[in-house]
Design a protein around this ligand. Structure first.
Ligand code: SF4
Length: 894
């Protein structure tokens, strides 16, 4: 037994009554079975997850009734009918088009959209507005992988399938914290390695992340130096005679130029990457000797100024060795968003047309125009995300529509993007959440359906198209995104081309488009699904593309093992070293790596509403190596500043952080932690080929943030993020909000002001105040029970919050501790609270340490004693890390 969590049995009776749909969070695309009562379990029959779910997926049922949904349209802040709101949108776009032409309008869409929504938006923009100024937040996620695939293969194709990650003998994870960002894939890999320990896993990442637990080798390379690593690897593979000469000769071109660039890099690889030469040699030896090798990469590669070259450097190594499209062998880009792949398929990026047809290939633009019955069509690529917001800022975009995304938080140079949105002449936001940093500036707000209400398809990272099915009616007056687009199009006079009866009709039109002029020339072909009836669509099982129409020559599970590239021959792309990241840290600054937390998704609009998902990381934290902390204590507040802005976060000393780097999560917004919006520090630098922002290479200066007082306030309502100059809010339990605070006014003044903000009729504060030491504590009691607590002190070392939060929750029962204990912030005889590590079973780090002290020696044994890691399994790498640290500690002689 490997001790890993098991999916539910397929025969569990209640599962039959649930709706078969898809998790909306990440590109793994797990199938789920969901019901209106909030039941959510993994779909045992889905090929992505076979019943598994991670912590986020497991908690989906707790998000379906979250408050904060927009229930009706609004025009200029006032409730409006759908007719009035749609008329206003149509008029705003018509006026701008008439005055300034097609390129004066733009759309910014999202990998959260379903493929049918995406298709409608792209057709509307490129085919009818006549502009390719439609870009997706997928530009921030994987557009560099798209560009690399197009350069190497002639088409954006992921050649492999998830099973390859399990059957590989060597799995190389590059710039991917798989354990946190694609947890179910990580679990699949963990099971495969437990069953077959000879399988090797190498992690290439500047940080020692949870993904490194159980890996055979970690290469903590200098940020940005992946081109040097894989260039040197290419030279090594060639020198060692590992080229598949016959395959390369028959199916590729450009090897000599790529080798020339690689040979220039190779002698300097250790110096450029900063990796121990012995570890480099080990990696090169393993890669050279292992035919079944998969190289998986994600945002650590994609979000940089040399991103497309990095991806092509990886592809070059697989092309040289012919390790592509074979079981257990191939390059594998994974997407961050649930339907980033669907967006690529319909062409909802400014640089793509539709259905993998291309402006560059003769006749294809006309094929698309004819299929759409459009009188016009964009003649070439439009503005990519950063360019689009620059155009908005410069006043060149007059009407702008943001769908299902929050660019005020997620874009680099966040303050400028907010300004651009604020000054937009006409801004439409359609979203399933009412209050976002972006919606704040909208002239028209349109309520879109949310996850449980959506009907359509998504495509995951292994090309599997899965139905997302509604199992709840729309909230209020919310409508599907495709319907909203179609209604606006109709008001602009294009109703005939958008007269779909439902998502099935859109899917058929999209599928048919992929077969136009294809005959096996393009890999992406689902024209075999163009005849799907409404009933078949309703029942459609997961389907991996290609799905060509009968008679087509394309039919493959994997691509390119025997050539067949869209560009006839695959191309080796020379990837010379251009010096990215070479000087990182040399000027005293740190390289800021931004990324995701295990239990949060994007801007926390959904995951932030689930108390147990907030328990793992309740406050925005900056991780820095202890030797880079400029003397700032662990747990103190720190400021990071770059040329474009600054942020304040809680500092954590982290020996897993590479020297010269810092890590901060990208989830926090003006709605919950205004000073922790880290993208305000990130400049709008982009990869020159893909236009993907370099979100992991900002240079920031670190300094102490030294307020007059620190504090926290626990209350039964969210008092907002502006209680103090530093304020981070979030759920601390059911019905309890935690506000982490720090301020510059006199502590007495702050205490009185904050106490006044919480009062409740009939409740009274019990206080403990010592102005001489700066200590101010209060507990608000109502009928003898605590309903709020406010603690202020001169430094950041304040009592843990969990014990008080548990007493304040409206569900609390049992005896109330004495006032003296409440004001001390802990029970006189109880254990100190400890951070929650396993959110499924509410197991703290302290309990896990106790289990280790009592003799647990592996993750399974910890699970048997505490239940930690026996739920979704997402915390298992961290349990392994705790175990390793505890065992190492025991080994140190007293
Ligand atoms: Fe959802 Fe987790 Fe699966 Fe991603 S890995 S699709 S977040 S359950």
């Amino acid at each position: 037994m490997d001790g890993l969590p098991r999916p539910p049995a397929a025969t569990t009776p209640p599962l039959r009554d649930l709706t078969r749909t898809t998790c909306p969070y990440c590109g793994v695309g797990c199938g789920v079975l969901a019901g209106p009562d909030g039941t959510v379990v993994g779909d045992p029959d889905h090929p992505a997850n076979f019943g598994r779910l991670c912590s986020k997926g497991t908690a989906l049922g707790e998000t379906i009734a979250l408050p904060g949904r927009p229930l009706h349209p609004e025009v200029r802040g006032k409730r409006a009918s759908w007719d009035a709101a749609l008329d206003a949108v149509a008029e705003g776009f018509r006026r701008t088009l008439n005055e300034s032409g097609p390129d004066s309008v733009g759309l910014y869409v999202s990998g959260q959209l379903l493929t049918e929504d995406y298709y409608a938006a792209n057709k509307f923009a490129k085919g009818f507005l006549g502009t390719a100024n439609i870009d997706s937040n997928s530009r921030l996620c994987m557009s560099s992988a798209v560009a690399a695939h197009q350069r190497a293969f002639g088409e954006d194709v992921v050649p492999g399938v998830y099973e390859d990650l399990e059957t590989a003998d060597l799995l190389v994870l590059v710039g991917s914290n798989l354990a946190w960002c694609h947890p179910v894939l990580f679990q699949r890999v963990a099971v495969a390695k437990a069953v077959r320990p000879s399988m090797r896993v190498v992690v290439v990442d500047p940080r020692r992340t949870a993904t490194c637990e159980g890996a055979d080798l970690h290469l903590p390379l200098r940020p940005g130096s992946d081109v040097a690593l894989f260039g040197a690897l290419l030279a090594h593979l060639h020198a060692e005679g590992r080229a598949d000469r016959a395959w390369v000769s028959e199916h590729t071109r450009g090897l000599e130029a790529a080798l020339e660039a690689a040979h220039a890099i190779a002698p300097h690889a250790a110096e450029l990457t900063g990796v121990d030469p012995a570890d480099l040699a080990t990696f090169f030896r393993w890669f050279a000797a292992t035919r079944r090798t998969v190289t998986l990469w994600s945002q650590g590669v994609n979000q940089s100024e040399a991103a497309t070259d990095k991806a092509n450097a990886i592809l070059n190594c697989h092309l040289l060795t012919g390790r592509i499209g074979k079981p257990g062998a191939g390059p594998f880009s994974v997407t961050g968003q649930p339907n980033a792949m669907g967006g690529r398929e319909v062409g909802a990026l400014a640089t793509m047309l539709a259905g993998h047809l291309d402006w560059e290939r003769p006749g294809e633009t006309e094929l698309v125009r004819g299929h759409w019955r459009a009188s016009t069509i964009a003649a070439g690529p439009g503005l990519k995300a950063v360019e689009l917001f620059r155009a908005l800022s410069a006043g060149r975009i007059g009407a702008f529509w943001v769908m299902a995304t929050n660019p005020a938080v997620s874009m680099p140079d966040g303050s400028s993007v907010r300004d651009a949105l604020r000054r937009a002449p006409f801004l439409v936001v359609s979203d399933c959440m009412a209050k976002t940093d972006t919606a704040e500036f909208a002239h028209v707000r349109l309520p879109a359906v949310g996850w449980a209400e959506k009907d359509g398809t998504v495509t995951n990272s292994e090309r599997v198209i899965t139905r997302q099915r509604a199992f709840l009616p729309p909230s209020g007056e919310a409508r599907p995104d495709w319907w909203i687009v179609a209604q606006v199009a109709a008001r602009l006079g294009w109703g005939d081309a958008f007269a779909w009866s439902g998502p099935a009709a859109i899917f058929r039109e999209h599928a048919a488009l992929t077969g136009l002029g294809n005959d096996g020339r393009r890999a992406f072909d689902i024209s075999g699904l163009a005849g799907t009836t409404d009933a078949e669509y309703a029942a459609m099982p997961p389907a991996r593309w290609p799905r060509p129409a009968k008679g087509s020559t394309v039919a493959a599970e994997r691509f390119f093992a025997a050539g067949g590239f869209t560009a006839a021959r695959a191309r080796f792309v020379p990837t010379p070293w251009r010096g990215e990241g070479a000087a990182a840290g040399g000027d005293g600054t740190l390289t800021l790596l931004t990324g995701r937390l295990r239990d949060q998704w994007h801007t926390m609009t959904r995951t932030g509403g689930v108390p147990r998902l907030m328990a793992h990381a309740p406050e925005p934290v900056l991780a820095v190596h202890p030797e880079d902390t400029r003397g700032i204590a662990d747990g103190a507040l720190a400021r990071i500043a770059g040329p474009h802005g600054g942020a304040v976060l809680r500092l954590r000393h982290d020996t897993g952080q590479r020297r010269g780097t810092a890590f901060a999560p990208m989830h926090w917004t003006a709605q919950n932690a205004p000073t922790a919006r880290v993208n305000t520090t990130v400049p709008p630098a982009v990869d020159p080929i893909s236009g993907q922002p370099a979100l992991k290479s900002a240079r920031v200066a670190l300094s102490a943030y030294e307020p007059e007082w620190h504090g926290f306030l626990l209350a039964r309502r969210d008092l907002g993020p502006t209680l103090a100059p530093y304020c981070a809010t979030g759920l601390a339990g059911h019905g309890v909000w935690r506000h982490e605070l720090a301020g510059t006014e006199e502590p007495e003044q702050a205490f009185a002001r904050l106490i006044a903000s919480v009062g409740a009729p009939g409740a009274a504060w019990a206080r403990l105040e010592d102005p001489a030491s700066g200590l101010h504590r209060g507990v608000l009691l109502e009928a003898g029970r605590p309903i709020a607590a406010l603690f202020l002190g001169p430094h950041h070392r304040l009592p843990p919050r969990d014990w008080l939060a548990a007493l304040i929750t409206p569900e609390a029962d049992g005896a109330v501790p004495p006032i003296v204990a409440l004001l001390a912030g802990r029970a006189a005889d109880g254990p100190s609270p400890s951070p929650t590590l396993c959110v499924c079973n509410g197991v703290t780090q302290a309990r896990i340490r106790t289990a280790v002290e009592a003799g647990a020696r592996d993750v399974a044994a910890v699970g048997e004693r505490t239940r930690a890691g026996t739920g979704c399994g997402s915390c298992r790498p961290e349990i392994a890390a705790l175990l390793a640290a505890a065992i190492e500690q025991e080994a140190v002689p007293a």
